[in-house]
Design a protein around this ligand. Structure first.
Ligand code: SAH
Length: 215
């Protein structure tokens, strides 16, 4: 795996584009400038890795568009050492961005093939602060709860109750909610019993599905 000057140059341009589109969180932009997105795509798409587009990653899934990754990451207001649960590891790129920002990441994937591939890649890239799990994310990941932040990267018809329960008080859950089109929700746990919900922009995600799929 080679990260050339050309790749670095393309990344810089991508960061400028994201800034123009309204991403203001400098820590997020720095992480996007640092993580080689082409490592997370099939060779066939390498040429396009720094375009602001989603791409197929196999198993009917896609790596999210960089704008979406930046948008969700900014909503999380990531602080170094934050404990973050991600539902939908996919390619591992979103986890790598959060890992590069210094968070302690727990990422869950329901498709074994994707889980195994991303786990190996993230280990190879030296992300000791990211742990990968092969699980059904509708249940969250109770054994490491509570989390300071939770991010869901698949479109959920409803907000699964365990995710709200596994959020620390003061914690933030970012989740796209809806059937065909999803609206980004940011849900803040204000106290043990109270949650504040903000409904934000529209996106299109692959579906959030129940159960796991073995290889
Ligand atoms: N964050 C990923 C985006 C992958 S697309 C990236 O950066 O590449 C969303 C992923 O969510 C898919 O891989 C899909 O298999 C997974 N997914 C869908 N429902 C899930 C569930 N219930 N639990 C865990 N993962 C799920």
């Amino acid at each position: 795996m080679i990260d050339s000057y050309r790749h670095k140059g393309l990344r810089k341009k991508l960061v400028d584009q994201l800034r123009q589109r309204g991403i203001r969180d400098e820590a997020v932009l720095t992480a996007i400038g640092a993580v080689p997105r082409h490592f997370f795509l099939d060779k066939a798409f390498e040429e396009h890795a720094y375009e602001d587009k989603p791409f197929p990653i196999g198993n009917q899934q896609t790596i999210s568009q960089p704008y979406t990754v930046a948008y969700q990451s900014a909503l999380l207001e990531v602080k170094k050492r934050d404990r973050i649960l991600e539902i939908g590891t996919g390619s591992g790129y979103q986890a790598a961005i959060l890992g590069a920002m210094g968070a302690r990441v727990f990422t869950v994937e329901r498709q074994e093939a994707l889980h195994l591939k991303s786990k190996e890649l993230l280990e190879k890239l030296g992300f000791t602060n990211i742990r990968c799990f092969f699980r059904d994310g509708t249940k969250g990941l109770a054994e490491f709860a509570p989390y300071d932040k939770i991010i869901v990267t698949a479109g959920a018809p409803v907000v699964p109750r365990p995710l709200k329960e596994q959020l620390a008080v003061g914690g933030i859950l970012v989740i796209p909610v809806g059937e065909d089109v999803q609206y980004m929700y940011r849900i803040t746990r204000v106290s043990e019993t109270e949650f504040r919900e903000e409904m934000l922009d529209a996106f299109r995600f692959v579906p959030f599905l129940e159960g796991v799929k073995k290889k």
